[in-house]
Design a protein around this ligand. Structure first.
Ligand code: C5P
Length: 201
């Protein structure tokens, strides 16, 4: 039976960690939809035209190990504003969301555009300072030379582009539950999300 959990929110809000933990808890499949846009953005850095890159995306493109960097994130948010790019990635995401056994998808427009009928919708937020610090620690851990200021500027630029684009902007669905993780530990945030899913099962 299909059961869809849609988890949206800005960069480094904690939505990825929460999504993976919720999927593991319930034995659901998980799709990080940001990775699709990152893979398309990465291909444009090699000179592939964005719509073409989205239409011909392969598993190898998704498996690259440099998709999590700041420049790829910026390239992702630029290609994400092109309607034809979003359209090219739509069927794959919808099919994933309706697979048997349950699915968690995280991104920016899952509750609004990709899965408007999702059984559970959560919009995860956190303060700018907390998000920048989380992403900074992640990047340093992965060996990237960045400063906290650069990381904050990077997140803000991306959020602005994601919120202001005309097509499928980042916004909470009317029926999404807001989960502000600013003052929460990972365990607390995951427990809250798990409880929200349990209520709907
Ligand atoms: O989630 P992540 O930070 O990896 O996403 C990278 C970029 O991909 C975002 O800044 C956003 O522009 C785009 N994106 C999107 N819709 C989604 C997921 C990601 O537009 N569902």
């Amino acid at each position: 039976m299909a059961f869809t959990v849609a988890i949206d929110g800005p960069a480094a809000s904690g939505k990825g960690t929460i999504s993976r933990a919720v999927a593991a808890h319930f034995g659901f499949a998980h799709l990080d939809t940001g990775l699709l846009y990152r893979a398309v953005g990465r291909r444009t850095m090699d000179g592939v035209e964005p719509i073409e890159a989205a239409r011909t995306l392969t598993r190898e493109d998704l498996a690259r190990d440099d998709l999590r960097t700041g420049p790829v994130g910026q390239a992702a948010s630029r290609v994400a504003s092109i309607p034809e790019v979003r359209e090219a990635l739509l069927d794959f995401q919808r099919a994933f969301s309706r697979r048997d056994g349950g699915a968690v998808l995280d991104g920016r427009d899952i509750g609004t555009v990709i899965c408007p009928d999702a059984e559970v919708k959560i919009f995860v937020t956190a303060s700018d300072a907390v998000r920048a610090e989380r992403r900074y620690l992640e990047l340093r851990e992965a060996g990237h030379e960045v400063t906290l200021d650069e990381t904050l500027a990077d997140l803000k630029a991306r959020d602005r582009r994601d919120e202001e684009r005309a097509h499928a902007p980042m916004t909470a669905a009317n029926d999404a539950v807001l989960l502000d993780t600013t003052e929460m530990s990972i365990d607390e945030a995951v427990a809250r999300a798990v409880a929200l899913v349990q209520e709907k099962q």
